[in-house]
Write a protein that binds this ligand. Structure first.
Ligand code: LLP
Length: 438
């Protein structure tokens, strides 16, 4: 993975930093991000697009991992930014991210979120539904502004992925349906609103996708729709957004394509379909989240208790679990891991990695081959950069881990470990609870 190596002491090293030292310095559980690998991924997307002679924007889908330092990095790599809540928008603004490259997603943006984004003059709203069309128009009018919008359409493309994370099929909570004329009505509505500037349409077909066919099909549907709208309204879309969803490798079972393959397929389909229709070539936007940060992340845990059930299984418990990585419990997601402090040791046993939460479903990895595991060993779980810190919780009032960026032998904290004080910071005791105790 990326800049991961094993050093002379047999320790896993990432970005030139010994992970055993990282554990000593920052404690565990610890999210480690290989900064160079993230930058490399960003550059792969940008370079691949640059070679297509299309105008483009690569928007990092910050939902995968939204922290201030990551937004700064995204700006440095010339990315745009996709946000889906006031919290993600606030994070981007705190990072000083260029507002004109912020795109706001979400199927139920609140009035206060719309106001905040309008106030900030963000570059584009990806409008999901009719309520939002009306509200955004109204709020923009109140602020005396014209908001750029894309309409999110549901293209009805099914992709082979986990059921919970496929969003492009007909029966989806997202977007205006293409098949039944709803999307066409949305265009007609948007065109009537003076305070909305329709840039084009958006389509996202799913996540962790390993093939290009779904993207090509989505481009075809978007192009056909664009051509229809040109006929009906004499308008052309200057922008189309093909979403994210590019798959990464978690285990040997996964076979993602190279980033360049996805980009080339999308760009190729756009060029083909739009020139076929003699349509002014639109600017193409994409929104990779997982593929930008996923395989750059590693979670480091300390091994604690073990339980052996003779003839059945050995459970090895670590000091984190579903609170820092809910994906195995939510999606039966699979991960690979090694002992970071004894990375060269031969495999001796098959164990199952348990978290420390009070529920049986809190299992991180089933049947993992490792050297004989002892209390105090460090377990490194790979490909935890996307949707891990982002989906971490305080279940069992467990504190969220720290996040460090490592690069060229240096390690920098980008998120501090939560404190016990922070655990109760929002807790209040009703005044009347105290009467009886006086
Ligand atoms: N654009 C839109 C509109 C999206 O809904 C998503 C992800 C993305 C872009 C980025 O997709 P990516 O490139 O990361 O696949 N929590 C789940 C993933 C949910 C994805 C939601 N939308 C997981 O842990 O697998």
């Amino acid at each position: 993975h990326g800049t991961s190596t094993i050093n002379d002491q047999g320790h896993l090293q990432i970005g030139g930093v010994d992970t055993v030292q990282l554990a000593e310095r920052f404690g565990t559980p610890l999210y480690i991000v290989d900064e160079q690998l993230v930058r490399q991924r960003a550059q792969q997307f940008v370079r691949a697009f640059s070679e297509t002679d299309l105008k483009f924007q690569v928007a990092y889908a910050s939902k995968a991992f939204s922290v201030v330092a990551m937004c700064v990095l995204a700006e440095q790599e010339n990315l745009s930014l996709d946000v889906v809540s006031d919290g993600e928008l606030y994070t981007a603004l705190q990072a000083g991210f260029p507002v004109e490259r912020i795109h706001f997603h979400g199927n139920n943006k609140t009035v206060s979120e719309l106001d905040m984004a309008l106030q900030a003059n963000i570059g584009c709203f990806v409008v999901d539904n009719f309520l939002e069309l009306d509200l955004l128009h109204e709020r923009a009018q109140l602020q005396g502004k014209v908001a750029n919008i894309l309409l999110r359409i549901s293209p009805g493309v099914e992709v082979h992925t986990h059921e919970y994370i496929s969003t492009g099929q007909e029966d989806s909570k997202f977007g205006f349906d293409l098949g039944n004329g709803t999307a066409a009505t949305a265009v007609a509505t948007a065109l009537q609103y003076d305070n909305l500037q329709l840039l084009g349409v958006h389509s996202h077909i799913g996540s962790q996708i390993f093939e290009v066919e779904g993207f090509k099909l989505a481009v075809e549907k978007v192009a056909t729709f664009a051509v229809n709208m040109r006929e009906q309204h004499q308008i052309t879309f200057p922008v189309i957004n093909m979403g994210g969803g590019f798959g990464i490798r978690y285990t040997a079972e996964d076979s993602p394509l190279a980033i360049e393959k996805y980009v080339t397929a999308i760009a190729g389909a756009v060029k083909e379909k739009f020139s076929e229709a003699d349509y002014p070539m639109p600017e193409v936007w994409i929104e990779p989240g997982r593929s930008m940060v996923g395989d750059a992340g590693t979670t480091l845990y300390t091994v604690g208790s073990t339980k052996t059930i003779p003839g059945i299984r050995k459970y090895v418990a670590v000091d984190g679990g579903m609170t820092d990585n809910p994906r195995p419990a939510l999606y039966q997601a699979k991960y690979e891991a090694i002992l970071a402090n004894r990375a060269n040791d031969a495999v001796e046993e098959v164990v199952s990695i348990a978290g420390k939460c009070c529920e049986s479903g809190d299992m991180l990895i089933w049947d993992l081959s490792l050297p004989e595991v002892k209390q105090g060993d460090l377990l490194a779980v790979f490909s935890t950069g996307a949707y891990n810190y982002a989906m971490a919780s305080n279940y069992n009032r467990i504190r969220r881990p720290a996040v460090v960026f490592v690069k060229d032998g240096e390690a920098d904290l980008v998120v501090a470990r939560e404190s016990l004080e922070q655990i109760v910071v929002n807790d209040l005791v009703p005044a009347r609870f105290q009467k009886t105790t006086l």
